[in-house]
Design a binder for this molecule. Sequence first.
Ligand SMILES: Cc1ncc(C[n+]2csc(CCOP(=O)(O)OP(=O)(O)O)c2C)c(N)n1
Ligand code: SF4
Ligand SMILES: [Mg+2]
Length: 274
Amino acid sequence: MTVKKVFGRPESLCDVPNLYCSGCGHGVAHRLVAEAIDHFGLRDRTVAVAPAGCSVLLYDYFDVDSIESAHGRALAVGTGIKRANPDLFVFTYQGDGDLASIGMCETIHTANRGENLTAIFINNAVYGMTGGQMAPTTLLGQTTTTTPNGRCAEMEGAPMKMAEMMATFDGVVYSERVALYDPRQTIRARKAVFKAFEAQINNEGFGFVEILAACTTNLKMTPERAQQWLVDDLCETFPLGVYKDVMSGAKQESVASRESVGATAGSGSVKHAD
Ligand SMILES: Cc1ncc(C[n+]2csc(CCOP(=O)(O)OP(=O)(O)O)c2C)c(N)n1
Ligand code: SF4
Ligand SMILES: [Mg+2]
């Protein structure tokens, strides 16, 4: 009998068990990124910029060169590496506390400058590593250790919509939000990562992919329940879709130029470019 191998570990992932909690989105997101590195043959010239957060451990899992950044500074570090050596492929991988809270300044200025970088942004609605404090993306009413009565817009502001925000910057050529709750959406997430990688490979500018994922431990949910929470709650506040695609050959015009991002946010009207 001939046995055909149909599934395996991407070469860009080390052959080690990961220490993420069961049901955590980081493991799947790592795999998608590793598949993109393999697909484009980038392993020998990739630098991964690790954040502070649970995914600080990515340098144990990716078989590529990597560098640790101070909390929130990944895109500043990535800018320096890419400018010093434009032949490298540089991506950051950051959580919502890292990219949208302490690192918001670096994030918006890197995007506005249109650095030829790729940012992979994991929105799990909390500071996972430090015990589940409120993140900029925490949902209204969501209980966290710093919002014990639930996040309230008057006190803590509304959840920040990074994919929409990124689409407003001229320097950004690709911005999409995807989610990891079923195989179909995971395939879409894979496509989005590939597209953002292409933006950098083709020297087109800044590519941004927001990946909605579950932090099962801080949600205090089983993996199954957390997947349902992604569908019912997180995607409700953060509609999935392509918010900007002005890459050459893009089929879809920029959402930002077609209608105001404010009108789009929450409406669920943004369509995936399949
Ligand atoms: C300057 C600084 N402030 C605070 C911290 C503590 N800290 C480490 S990770 C983290 C939150 C990370 O949350 P997030 O970026 O959402 O990543 P997740 O763990 O959810 O993947 C914080 C506040 C730090 N390491 N450095
Ligand atoms: S604490 Fe949350 S983000 Fe961190 S590994 Fe566990 S599930 Fe993932
Ligand atoms: Mg987080």
